[in-house]
Ligand binder design. Structure first.
Ligand SMILES: *[C@@H]1O[C@H](CO)[C@@H](O)[C@H](O)[C@H]1NC(C)=O
Ligand SMILES: *[C@@H]1O[C@H](CO)[C@@H](O)[C@H](O)[C@H]1NC(C)=O
Ligand SMILES: *[C@@H]1O[C@H](CO)[C@@H](O)[C@H](O)[C@H]1NC(C)=O
Ligand SMILES: *[C@@H]1O[C@H](CO)[C@@H](O)[C@H](O)[C@H]1NC(C)=O
Ligand SMILES: *[C@@H]1O[C@H](CO)[C@@H](O)[C@H](O)[C@H]1NC(C)=O
Ligand SMILES: *[C@@H]1O[C@H](CO)[C@@H](O)[C@H](O)[C@H]1NC(C)=O
Length: 739
């Protein structure tokens, strides 16, 4: 029986951790209101305004000024969404797009909780994540920090991340509000999005994090509908989206994302400005006495400054950060861990290392496996393809710069690509203090069982020479992207990728190796889709898309290659042959900040490809296993305004493994939705021969569209088709619901 066990497990876990410290919002607001009533204006301003990027006393990437007499510490904000950045003795977790590829709420939650434990251990109050930026275009520079192009998957991953982080009393910060979908021109482009598209695609994940109780939201650099996100009343104002969704926390600016006057920002909903001073790209609207003068001359009402500080302090009380929270014990300005403020607390635990490795394995997507066995039956020993039988392989080639250790001291934003790619660059990069590269993990695992010949560059001739005639060749290739930041180019790419090609002629390297080795296994480390024109090559017996797996990259891929972990990842995006298949563009060239009109509306990725009858090379939700799964017995039961969708998944192969069944909904035509949309998924772990029943719930909102005139979700009427399958194109079971 496998019925929502992960929900049960997760809710028990959340309850036990929270009961100890957390308060209700009402209790928290009462305490915050009382504290604020005792504050002077200067004390309030010290909380509304970050202490400054240029302040040498700053310990975190953002802090506020303590009010010691009232017991309020400096609130510490720290990057980023894949692990603590600029801090030593922390775990480098897989990035957001990888945890999305697990299609596992269990792992999404566990990763969030582990973040919470590390932030708490270091005395950082606010985890600057999750990133909920939808992958509108596959080249978008920061898409790997978030959860892909699908709003449902993004919403679930966001929800679970927040639940996990906050379960141990650390604040999460949902970002970036909103439609922050490319890096070029990000400091001022406007995303012009119609209301329904905004609600159903870009804003929906924020709703899920608000439902998880997220305590802060970060407004984005870009403008939305022409107005700066950080003073956009429609987003953050008293009658804006966040308030209408029941958001109880505060709005903090992205670092330097504020423009215009203090009053314009404060009155339209910005509660806190970070980092507080002017930085090259903007900011500083509250500092230099601007907010103070605006309050003193009445252009920002007293009630509003009080509300700002109450909103900031209420989450601190709500999560119990006033009770035995560790003081901040690191110094982000000394990322080598030196200095008297770095107390060298080690928050790496064996559990976190094991979790980082498990998530990295669980997010590896097996795209191709041309397996041959000794007997020709699934239970035989592999002779070609995966999982590789260690005992049968005597000669191994490891090819590609991506197999080797990168420079772990690249720079504070990880703006290099000189070895294996385990995380993108920018503020979302984690600190790469520890990393086990694939070459080391393979060498250590195979020991004396095989001879390894390596070519750890992307030199085409050297790679082919190393691979020729070997029993197996592992080719490691990558593509990277990151944050625009201070306009750095990394291998010619400025934040957003230039194209969907592998870097360093990776595609040619794969082809040259496959020409001389008939058991070529390709491992792709990438921040999103890459062109895989070579995927059908008969000598390529395996392809694993491993994304950005974090510090345990080597061990996690060894686990998958050699069958210690049966791959169960599913693509959180589609891999097509050209960018045209995605229907959107990055605006690179413009005379001044561009207007970006979201004319594709609801049609991203598989939704667009379905609509245009484009068959991608590998579709959204796709991923193979070393075993096989059968689906049967779909039934749909109404219960009030919800529907319970039940079916059975059986492991029909020879290996234990996990399947990630997906539920897609096809709305009645009149609803104007894409041909199908994801509305459910589950993780089902099965021994060979075992089966279990999965029940997924479709609630009323899952069957609704955003109705613009009434400004709410309204359930469509007519016949819905319920599609259950192993990917967005591999639908195994169908039923319908008429309402
Ligand atoms: C943004 O602009 C579009 C097009 O004018 C409009 O339909 C939509 O309602 C606006 N959204 C918000 C939240 O103001
Ligand atoms: C109030 O102070 C702000 C900040 O100094 C200033 O920009 C604004 O013009 C002032 N408004 C009035 C009405 O004096
Ligand atoms: C890391 O933690 C270890 C203890 O496990 C400690 O000896 C070391 O000084 C720490 N290093 C830094 C830079 O924090
Ligand atoms: C693959 O190549 C090896 C050695 O190069 C050869 O012994 C083997 O027969 C080939 N296998 C297939 C299926 O082509
Ligand atoms: C596959 O590899 C073998 C070497 O094992 C080589 O002779 C053959 O040409 C390759 N096939 C292709 C299509 O490149
Ligand atoms: C975006 O839409 C606006 C308003 O309809 C229009 O003026 C502008 O030219 C459009 N921009 C682009 C780049 O298409």
């Amino acid at each position: 029986m496998h019925l929502h066990w992960s929900f049960v497990w997760a809710s028990l876990l959340a309850a036990s951790a929270l009961e100890a410290q957390a308060r209700t919002w009402d209790e928290a607001y009462a305490l915050a209101t009382d504290t604020v009533s005792q504050m002077t204006l200067d004390e309030k301003l010290g909380i509304a305004i970050g202490t400054g990027q240029l302040n040498s006393n700053r310990r975190c990437v953002g802090d506020t000024t303590a009010v010691a007499r009232l017991g309020i510490p400096s609130i510490c904000f720290q990057d980023g969404p894949a692990g603590l950045r600029l801090v030593k003795n922390v775990t480098g977790f897989p990035a957001g797009l990888n945890v999305a590829a697990t299609f596992s709420r269990r792992l999404m939650r566990a990763r969030g909780k582990a973040f919470g434990e590390e932030w708490r251990g270091k005395g950082a109050h606010v985890f600057l994540g999750p990133s909920l930026d939808i992958m509108r275009n596959p080249k978008a520079g920061r898409a790997w920090e978030a959860f892909g192009p699908d709003p449902y998957l993004t919403g679930e991953a966001g929800y679970e991340t927040v639940m996990g982080v906050q379960s141990v009393g650390v604040q999460a910060c949902a970002k970036h509000l909103i439609a922050n979908n490319q890096e070029h021109w990000r400091y001022g482009y406007t995303s012009n999005v119609d209301d329904r598209t905004l609600q159903e695609l870009y804003y929906y994940p924020f709703i899920r994090t608000i439902e998880a109780g997220v305590t802060s939201v970060m407004c984005a650099y870009n403008r939305f509908n022409g107005t700066s996100s950080c003073h956009n009343a429609n987003l953050i104002g008293p009658n804006g989206l966040l308030q209408k969704s029941g958001f109880k926390g505060y709005v903090v600016s992205d670092w330097g994302a504020t423009h215009d006057s203090a009053a314009e920002n404060a009155n339209n909903g910005l509660d806190m400005e970070q980092p507080g001073d002017y930085i090259v790209i903007g900011g500083g609207v509250y500092s230099s006495n601007n907010l103070k003068n605006a309050v003193n001359n009445g252009s920002v009402p007293q009630a509003r400054i009080n509300e700002m500080i109450t909103r900031i302090l209420a989450p601190w009380y709500q999560l119990g950060q006033d009770k035995d929270y560790p003081p901040t014990n690191f110094d982000a300005q000394k990322r080598d861990g030196s200095g008297s403020k770095n107390l060298r607390v080690n928050v790496r635990t064996n559990e976190h290392t094991a979790l980082a490795r498990e998530i990295a394995s669980a997010s590896a997507v097996l795209l191709k496996n041309s397996r041959s066995t000794t007997t020709g039956s699934p239970s035989g020993i592999t002779t070609r393809g995966l999982p590789v039988a260690k005992d049968r392989i005597k000669t191994i080639a490891v090819v590609g710069q991506d197999a080797k250790l990168p420079n772990l001291n690249c720079n504070e934003l990880n703006e290099c690509n000189d070895g294996t790619m385990s995380v993108g660059w920018g503020s979302g990069s984690n600190s790469l203090e520890f990393l086990i590269p694939p070459i080391d993990a393979i060498t250590s695992f195979t020991g004396s069982s095989a001879t390894i010949t390596s070519s750890l560059s992307n030199d085409l001739d050297e790679g082919a020479k190393a691979a020729k005639g070997k029993d197996v060749a592992y080719v490691f290739v990558n593509a990277m992207s990151g944050e625009l930041g201070s306009y750095t180019f990394v291998v010619g790419n400025q934040g957003d990728r230039n194209d969907l090609n592998l870097w360093w002629k990776g595609g040619s390297l794969v082809e040259r190796v496959a020409a001389v080795c008939n058991n070529t296994i390709v491992i792709v480390h990438s921040v999103g889709p890459v062109v895989m024109s070579w995927s059908a090559h008969p000598n390529i017996t395996g392809i694993i898309y491993a994304g950005t797996p974090g510090e345990q990259t080597g061990p996690s891929i060894v686990d998958v290659i050699y069958g210690n972990y049966n791959p169960a990842g599913k693509l959180p995006f589609s891999i097509a042959d050209s960018e045209d298949a995605y229907g959107t563009e990055i605006v690179y060239n413009s005379l001044g900040f561009p207007e970006i009109n979201y004319t594709e509306k609801l049609l991203l990725d598989y939704r667009y490809m379905d609509n245009k009858n484009i068959k991608p090379r590998f579709e959204f939700g796709f991923g193979l296993s070393y075993t096989t799964f059968a689906y049967s017995g779909l039934s749909v039961q109404q219960s009030g305004s919800s529907y319970a969708v039940s079916f059975t998944v059986a492991n029909t192969g020879a290996f234990a493994g996990a399947e990630k069944p997906q539920l897609y909904l096809a709305y009645p035509a009149a609803a104007g939705e894409p041909k199908k949309v994801l509305r459910g998924f589950e993780e089902v772990i099965l021994q060979p021969g075992a089966s279990s029943t999965v029940t997924l719930t479709l609630n009323e909102r899952d069957m609704s569209v955003w109705d613009v005139p009434s400004q709410k979700y309204v359930r469509s009427s007519g016949t819905f088709n319920v599609l259950v399958g192993a990917s967005s194109l591999d639908i195994r079971l169908q039923s319908s619901i008429t309402v």
